[in-house]
Design a protein. Structure first.
Lengths: 343, 289
């Protein structure tokens, strides 16, 4: 009798507990699904960005076929569109940006990890990271109003005097007389005009320096101290430790950081929209004006209709695919170091 | 022989060190140059009417509508991105450990982080602006909502990443203690883990806000811009970066001065936000110890 009472009570309790457990696990499942749904939005926005630009760009791809990639014509009045000039502009400016940003970033990372006294490292690295926080439109303004006139006044005349076939000082340099082919990279129709591929590339370089240098600094710090100390103990100089120990150890991640900067430089719109000049003439000269994919979209999409809008969408699709691949490589290379660190 | 080798090595070292210091000086020089120009040219253009008058008055006007528009667009963007981003980051940190999808999404999120923002703007143009034009017979084309969604897409990966990282920093013992008491996982996540990582998550949201405050490209074809004051999110909406873009292109020097003043306000706002984010983050580190 006593026993039945004592088992009856727990069975009611057990039922309540079972109900609570069932509710908890149902809530847990629901909660997990909601979270997973939100995580899938990340996936969706990447797929959506590629899909929507491809969909609206289909018209241009159909009309021009493969020639869209190889044609240098960009003529809205005749409805002829080719992507070659914007592609060249994008690649050219990004290449110049890397050419300047990589050595400077390397120097900064080296300074911050090996040379600077401890008390200076914090402030200097914060200051460099501040550069990354400045909105890109500010870089664009500074480029247009301050830097482009500076280039026109100081850098461009010097380059043209030394490397172009038509120098402002009238004296063709010894180098150009002997290697005339170099001159086509430094010709300029408007010698006193600061905008151009070189200017845009330099502005981009300043923009991506903080990204590349902070990746380099971080990966340099992952080098085990005992490796460096062994080299120092054998009598290596700081430079030898960096070049023979730190750089080989971090090579993949350093390249990953460079690709990360390249991805930024390729997709940047506002910093180059003002200083590239927005012309559509195919030229090898870095002192000529040009246009990039992003700046073409920013400048023309507002008024574009029909085939022009489709061509701009097709450009956006190309840009997205290329930056996606570049960033994919960057992340894969950076991940390899992270994996090794974990071991 | 060995003495000369030693000299060469020493010279090499000194040259490399000097170049490294020089590179750092170049980086700092450009930072100082850009900030100095923004400061000096911007302060020259600072007038009370900058904050009280709208862009419709052009030279005699200010940027009041652009600032209000930016504020509304940022709020919409953050309101959309924060819950989704925190949820997605939580899933990555707490739920995805046994699935293949988790690492893939974490990886793709890092790519979205540096994807070209103008393409994300065109994506929102395709899925929000175009359909709303058809649905309303052209009454609603560009809108503040569309601009806010575009900004949300840019803020999202920042919030996802910081949430994910911060949650993974929370000690596993906290999870085990709660689970052994029979707390269901959703309660553990909401009431213990997210709370423990709160200041880190707030840092992420602030960094995301700083990032979207300066974005121009995705707003050009979504919020579009408006010369009048508007609080209506389905209206075309101006924003500070977009007005700076238009005013920089303008041939009139008086308008350019306004662009500099706007650039000054924008830069100060963004830098202040990142300082606050750093402050919140440094406090969160102290409280963990």
């Amino acid at each position: 009798m006593h026993a039945t009472v004592s088992t009856a009570m727990p069975s009611a309790e057990r039922a309540a507990e079972a109900a609570r457990n069932a509710k908890d696990s149902r809530d847990d499942r629901l909660f997990g699904w909601v979270l997973k749904g939100c995580a899938l939005i990340v996936l969706l926005s990447l797929v959506g960005a590629a899909g929507s630009t491809l969909w609206l760009g289909m018209d241009a791809f159909h009309t021009f076929g493969f020639g869209f990639l190889t044609s240098a014509a960009w003529d809205p009045s005749n409805d002829q569109y080719g992507a070659l000039v914007p592609i060249m502009g994008t690649v050219g400016t990004a290449f110049i940006a890397l050419l300047f940003a990589v050595p400077v970033s390397f120097g900064i990372a080296l300074f911050l990890t090996e040379i600077a006294p401890q008390w200076l490292r914090g402030p200097v690295s914060s200051a460099i990271e501040l550069l990354a926080g400045i909105p890109s439109i500010i870089y664009g303004m500074w480029g247009l109003f301050i830097f482009a006139p500076f280039v026109a006044e100081h850098i461009k005349p010097w380059l043209m005097n030394n490397f172009s076939a038509d120098p402002p000082d009238g004296q063709v340099s010894w180098l150009v007389q002997h290697v005339p082919s170099i001159a086509k990279f430094f010709s300029s129709e408007y010698p006193f005009f600061g905008a151009g591929v070189l200017t845009a590339g330099l502005v981009l370089a300043v923009m991506i320096i903080p990204f590349i240098s902070s990746v380099m600094r971080e990966v340099f710090q992952t080098v085990p101290t005992r490796l460096k100390e062994s080299a120092y103990a054998l009598g290596s100089s700081t430079w030898e430790v960096v070049w023979d120990i730190v750089v080989p150890y971090t090579r993949t991640a350093v390249i990953g950081g460079v690709f990360l900067g390249l991805g930024r430089a390729l997709g940047e719109t506002m910093a180059v929209a003002f200083v590239l000049g927005n012309t559509f003439k195919l030229t090898p000269s870095i002192l000529e004006t040009g246009s990039s994919i992003a700046s073409t979209i920013a400048n023309q999409f507002g008024e574009a209709q029909g085939l022009q809008r489709s061509a701009l969408m097709a450009l956006a699709f190309l840009l997205f695919v290329v930056t996606f691949i570049v960033l994919l490589i960057a992340r894969l290379m950076l991940r390899r170091l992270a994996n090794r660190e974990g071991k | 022989m060995s003495a000369s080798l030693y000299t060469i090595r020493r010279i090499k070292n000194v040259v490399a060190m000097a170049l490294s210091v020089f590179a750092t000086a170049i980086g700092l020089l450009f930072l100082a140059w850009i900030l100095w120009e923004t400061l000096s040219q911007g302060i020259a253009g600072l007038k009370p009417q900058l904050f009280t008058k709208i862009t419709a008055y052009r030279e005699e006007g200010g940027l009041a509508n652009a600032m209000v528009g930016s504020l509304i667009l940022n709020i919409i963007g953050i309101l959309i991105a924060t819950p989704i981003g925190v949820a997605a980051g939580t899933w990555l940190a707490e739920y995805s450990s046994r699935s293949k999808l988790g690492p893939t999404i974490r990886f793709l999120n890092d790519i979205l982080l540096s994807a070209p923002s103008i393409v994300l703007g065109l994506f929102v143009y395709t899925v929000i602006v175009l359909p709303s034009k058809w649905l309303t017979n052209g009454d609603v084309t560009f809108s503040g909502i569309a601009g806010g969604i575009a900004l949300a897409l840019i803020a999202l990966p920042v919030i996802v990443r910081t949430t994910d990282e911060m949650l993974r920093l929370v000690p596993g013992t906290l999870r085990e203690a709660a689970l052994s008491l029979g707390v269901p996982q959703w309660k553990l996540t909401m009431q213990i883990l997210v709370r423990a990582a709160r200041s880190g998550i707030v840092t992420g949201v602030l960094l995301a806000l700083a990032r979207i405050s300066g974005e121009t490209a995705p707003l050009l074809f979504t919020a579009f811009g408006n010369n009048f004051m508007t609080f209506n999110p389905i209206d075309k909406m101006p924003s500070l970066p977009q007005v700076i873009y238009e005013y920089t292109k303008d041939p009139s020097p008086d308008i350019n001065v306004l662009a500099w003043a706007g650039a000054f306000v924008l830069t100060m706002f963004v830098l202040a936000l990142s300082l606050i984010a750093r402050f919140v983050f440094s406090r969160s580190k102290v409280s963990h110890d």
